[in-house]
Structures are given as C-alpha cells and as structure tokens.
Design a protein around this ligand. Structure first.
Ligand code: FES
Length: 269
C-alpha cells in the first residue's frame, strides 16, 4: 500500500485507506486468468483508442478549423482619431466654464466623471481654483482651461494596476495630512498608494505607479462658454493598447456623473 499525504482528495471520508494502485490506472486480470497470466492495462488501451479516433477526427476537421479561425478572432474595436465631444452637465444641459467655476472648486470632494474618448474610459473633471473669495488651490495649471486656467481632466484609471474611480479619487486640500511642498490636494489611489500632481499634468508624486495619468485635452469655446474634450496626452489609458482602442467612441456628447470618493491616506515611503 503506497503512502498518501493527509490531504489526499480521494481519501475523503468515508474512505479510510489509500488506494493500492496509482491514480488513473485501472488494472484487470483477464477472465479465467491467474497471477501468472499477463495483465491487461485497460486505461492504456482506451487511451490508444481515443487517440486514434481523435487523430482521424482532427485530420478531417483540421482544414475546417483553420479556415474558420480567422472568423474566431474578435474584431479590434476603436476609433482612428480623437473626436470633439461636448461635455454635458449633470442636469443634461451643456457644461459651461461659468457653471464649473461657480459650482466646483479645489475643495469639491465629490467626483465628477465623464467618459472620453471611448465608452470605457472614465475621466475626472476638476476645477483647481479656490472657492470664490477664498485662497489656495491653483490657477493657470498645465493643460488648464477656463477664465483662470484651472479646469482640467485626467484619466480615472490608475496607471499602476488599473484601479478605476472611485478607488482612485481626487483628494481636496487637507483630506490627508500628507502634502508635497505646498500641494495638499492631489489624485490618490487607495489600492496601493500612487499619487498624482493635478497641477502638473498628473505627474507622479508617489509610486508604485511610474507613469502619469493621461490628461484629456479640453477646449473652451469662449463664444458660447462651452467645454469640449478634443484629445488626450500622456501614456495610453491603463489596460488599453492605445487610448483609441478597446471600445466604441463615446460620440459627440458625454454627460457628467457623480461618484463618492474612496479615501485612504496611505502613502508608500
Ligand atoms: S492600482 Fe493604483 S496604486 Fe496600484
């Protein structure tokens, strides 16, 4: 009787003793036989039969499989260039810079998310300007638009291992005690602690991510105060071969949605 470790699955109760032959092999003595007669290995014989049948079927079906493989490949979904996509406010009206400046600022804690350029590519919309009459925040930041150059947008998918919003969230000033120089507001990922500088193109402030978040290029049309997304800079959206592939276009408009942030003041040293 051969040894079997205590966790052997085939020894589960009510069986109490190990099997006396190797698993997978069925042995039988031919009828009328005795111990001196040759043993027949049924498993081996059945395997040989199976291989013979499979070979015949495979040879016949090989051409068919090869011929149809090209149709089994999923088509590459994507777009060839960045669309111009008008942003739409939570209430369904066109999003204007005036609305953003009056309703949101650097202290806004709720997340404003819109998808661009593809339907599975979420982005944060931020206004880094201080509240009216207040101080702090930042104006004329990298890529900022609007009357104070403070409205920016970044991918809401972390560049480390791809945690999406709200696992990755915007942290208003003072959310955590951690600051980077005078900057105490940033995008931070609760998954493993990556931090991004929202005033400087989402450059990395802490790892483990080593790439910045892609930044959406915003366009402010001063003739009607509208805001559109027209492109994206930086690395591809995490998980996408390119920012333009991986789903269908969001189209000509993209409406904001609200999400509650997830806060975790964990910063890798
Ligand atoms: S997925 Fe964001 S830090 Fe790891």
């Amino acid at each position: 009787m051969r040894d079997c470790p205590p966790i052997c699955p085939y020894l589960a109760p009510p069986r109490e003793s190990p099997l006396d032959f190797p698993i997978g092999q069925v042995r039988r003595v031919a009828p009328g036989d005795d111990a001196s007669r040759e043993e027949i290995d049924e498993t081996k014989r059945n395997v040989i039969k199976l291989l013979a049948v499979a070979g015949a079927v495979g040879a016949g079906a090989g051409g068919l499989v090869a011929g149809s493989l090209q149709y089994a490949q999923p088509p590459v979904v994507g777009i060839s260039s960045f669309p111009k996509t008008a942003l739409v406010d939570l209430d369904g009206s066109p999003l204007t810079a005036s609305k953003v400046m009056s309703e949101y600022n650097v202290t806004t804690s709720e997340l404003l998310i819109f998808y661009y350029p593809l339907r599975n590519e979420p982005n944060f919309l931020l206004n880094l300007a201080p509240p009216a009459g207040g101080s702090g925040g930042a104006t004329n930041v990298v890529g900022g638009i609007g009357p104070q150059g403070s409205i920016v947008a970044f991918s809401a998918i972390c560049q480390h291992l791809g945690c999406p919003a709200p696992a990755i969230s915007y942290y208003p000033p003072g959310t955590c005690s951690k600051s980077f120089g005078s900057k105490n507001f940033y995008i931070h990922c609760s998954c493993h602690g990556s931090t991004y500088d929202v005033t400087n193109g989402a450059a990395n402030l802490t790892g483990p991510a080593v790439l910045p978040l892609p930044q959406v290029t915003l366009y402010w049309d001063q003739s009607d105060d509208s805001i559109s997304a027209i492109g994206e800079t930086g690395p591809p959206v995490n998980g996408h071969f390119s920012t333009l592939t991986g789903d269908y276009s969001i189209g000509n408009t993209s409406q904001l949605t609200r999400e509650t942030p997830v806060i975790a003041c964990f910063f890798p040293s």
